[in-house]
Design a protein around this ligand. Structure first.
Ligand SMILES: [Zn+2]
Length: 86
């Protein structure tokens, strides 16, 4: 229980306009729950990409989001490099 990650501290960015999104405390956790994502499986290397934000899509009331794990992208890249070497 020592390494509990607070999903509200997760960095959220708009995938459409690239702006960081700051929303009210508790909203990130609620979005994760709605998306069926277990916050306990996340850590500080995860960030949330939103398909739009109130800045670029003011008419939308909710936005689809996607969790991106920063460390994992590097692992995938290393795998691809190994495959192309063979
Ligand atoms: Zn945006």
């Amino acid at each position: 229980m020592g390494n509990h990650f607070d999903p509200d501290l997760m960095y959220v960015e708009c995938g459409e306009c690239g702006n960081p999104i700051l929303w009210e405390p508790g909203r990130t956790r609620r979005i994760l729950e709605m998306a069926g994502i277990d916050p306990d499986g996340l850590d500080e290397r995860c960030c949330l990409i939103s398909e739009g934000c109130p800045m670029c899509k003011p008419e939308a009331s909710h936005f689809a989001t996607q969790v991106v794990r920063l460390g994992r992208e590097k692992e995938d890249g290393a795998k691809e490099r190994r495959q192309s070497a063979n």
